[in-house]
Design a protein around this ligand. Structure first.
Ligand code: ATP
Length: 507
């Protein structure tokens, strides 16, 4: 077989066992040249492990790998890169303070136009511009600082950086590259992916967003518990088919949650009035009421993220006021707000994961008081609570003594949501709570949030870029633009299309 005929990527018979657990159980995964191949599976099904085997990070117990017809030795990251495999992780690893050009050149070591030790920036800039234009990214200025780019532009730059020599790239893996992208920017990413596929690159696209698979991919592989349960052309499948195969059973619809009309009349428990704060909020006001699920939507830079940062004490309140239960909070922050019954789940992983601790400890840490009795800590009671919550949230594997770092991304996210809900707060502020969570887990988390609002009267502030989540659960949705609340949707006005439209509206 010539290199031209060979598959871009062939992973055959891959087995990987961790102590006490088989993460991959003889997986065959083949991607043709120019094919966009979606890799799906529930949280903990083995997607990341398969990618890590390909990258050389994990040594598999069995199996073999070929790239464009050439056999590849496992465990050798340099050989993987030399063979033309590029992997973009969700944490795309750009340096914010540097320009696009500097980021493109990072890691390459040499500047093309250096003579006698001096870098000829004009030449470098022209080369970078040509490289971006070649990938259809002519709209990105090489001189722009990365911090000022939109989320999708950052992803585009990360991909452009990886594609240092387009003719030599055989396989591009995008590991949840769209997870942090607002929905309306995803199409830009798709355009770039299609450009690369049209040049013969085999693309592996890992995602939990099933609509994206239908829209973008040619073929799909679904993993369940480390084994391939479906490998098929996407054209034959619907979103519902995929959800069913991923879960291994019928998934309860996330949508169509019974939205309670009239919920918006409870007492305000969290109020922001004319808040100017951090880099983004320029006069935002909102009132979250008892027993309601209030959604907050907006594009990157609109201020949604800054609302969460403000409530975490990470963005300074310059003017305006924050009040809980009618009483002003002068310095909002995690501690001051927790005392008032406000719990915050931030979006960033490092802000919620407590490394070096077990799953049980990560779940119970927010309130250990019930376990202290007579000066002694009742480990058994703590463990029993954690076991019950792991069961309720279907965290896999169901081992509460496991270090949290060893959980898959989506299973860890379920543990953080469990931590917050367990403390039965009066106000619950969540940023992207279903980020990286599979279709079944998402339905469960949203159901629990609505239940907390309905039966406990919890006031839930749901800051999310997932318009499906917002449309399925919220009693009201606020849209932010340029740091202020510009629109409010209630009841039947809350649709996915309307939210996106308002996020994008001008002026
Ligand atoms: N280093 C490790 N040590 C022990 N177990 C691990 C390790 N890495 C992963 N696992 C386990 O292997 C299984 C597969 O995990 P993996 O991260 O591949 O899942 P995933 O499909 O990527 O999930 P997600 O969608 O949540 O990211 C999980 O049960 C996970 O807990």
């Amino acid at each position: 077989m010539t290199t031209e005929d060979a598959a871009a990527l062939e992973l055959l018979g891959i087995v990987k066992t961790f102590p006490g657990q088989r993460a991959l159980d003889g997986v065959d995964f083949t991607v043709a040249r120019g094919e966009i191949h979606a890799l799906l599976g529930h949280n903990g099904s083995g997607k990341s492990t398969l990618i890590k085997v390909l990258s050389g990070f994990h040594q598999p117990d069995a199996g073999h790998c070929s790239v464009a017809g050439s056999r590849l030795r496992f465990g050798d990251g340099v050989a993987v890169s030399r063979a033309g495999v590029r992997i973009i992780h969700q944490d795309i690893g750009l340096v914010d303070e540097l320009s696009v050009l500097e980021n493109l050149r990072l890691g390459v070591g040499t500047y093309r136009s250096a003579t006698l030790g001096a870098i000829r920036w004009r030449g470098e800039r022209a080369a970078a511009r040509a490289r971006l234009a070649d990938l259809g990214l002519g709209h990105i200025d090489p001189g722009a600082e990365v911090a000022g780019l939109s989320a999708v532009e950052r992803t585009e730059v990360a991909i452009a950086r990886a594609i240092d020599d387009p003719d030599a790239i055989r396989v591009l893996v995008l590991d949840e590259a769209s997870a942090a992208l607002p929905e309306e920017q995803v199409q830009h990413l798709f355009r770039l992916v299609r450009t690369l596929a049209a040049r013969g690159v085999g693309v592996v696209y890992v995602t939990h967003r099933l609509e994206e698979v239908i829209d973008l991919a040619d073929r799909v592989t679904v993993l369940r518990d480390g084994a391939v349960v479906l490998q098929e052309s996407v054209s034959a499948l619907t979103r519902e088919d995929l959800a069913r195969v991923i879960a291994g059973s019928d998934v309860q619809a996330v949508h169509g949650t019974d939205r309670a009309v009239g919920r918006t009349t409870g007492e305000p428990v969290l109020e922001l009035a004319d808040v100017v704060a951090g880099r983004e909020l320029t006069g935002a006001s909102l009132a979250l009421r008892e027993g309601e699920v209030l959604g907050v939507a907006g594009l990157a830079g609109s201020g949604v993220h800054e609302v969460v940062r403000l409530l975490q004490g990470r963005a300074t309140l310059s003017s305006g006021s924050v009040a809980v239960g009618g009483a002003p909070v002068r310095r909002p922050g995690v501690r001051s707000l927790r005392r008032l019954g406000v719990a915050v789940l931030p979006g960033e992983r490092d802000q919620k994961r407590i490394t070096g601790m077990t799953v049980a400890e990560n779940i119970t840490i927010a309130d250990l008081a019930p376990y202290w009795r007579g000066g002694r800590f009742r480990h058994r009671a703590e463990r029993a609570d954690a076991v019950a919550l792991v069961e309720r949230y279907r965290i896999r594997p169901p081992d509460v003594q496991r270090p949290i770092e060893l959980l898959s991304g989506g299973n860890a996210q379920k543990a953080y949501v469990a931590r917050l809900l367990r403390t039965a707060p009066r106000v619950l502020v969540l940023e992207e709570p279903t980020h990286g969570v599979d279709v079944g887990g998402t339905a469960e988390i949203l159901r629990l949030l609505v239940e907390a609002a309905r039966s406990e009267g919890t006031a839930v502030l749901l800051c999310s870029s997932d318009t499906d989540d917002l449309a399925a659960t919220c009693d009201r949705v606020l849209v932010l633009r340029d740091g202020t609340v510009t629109d409010e949707l209630t009841d039947k006005e809350i649709t996915r299309e309307r939210i996106v439209e308002l996020c994008y509206a001008a002026g």
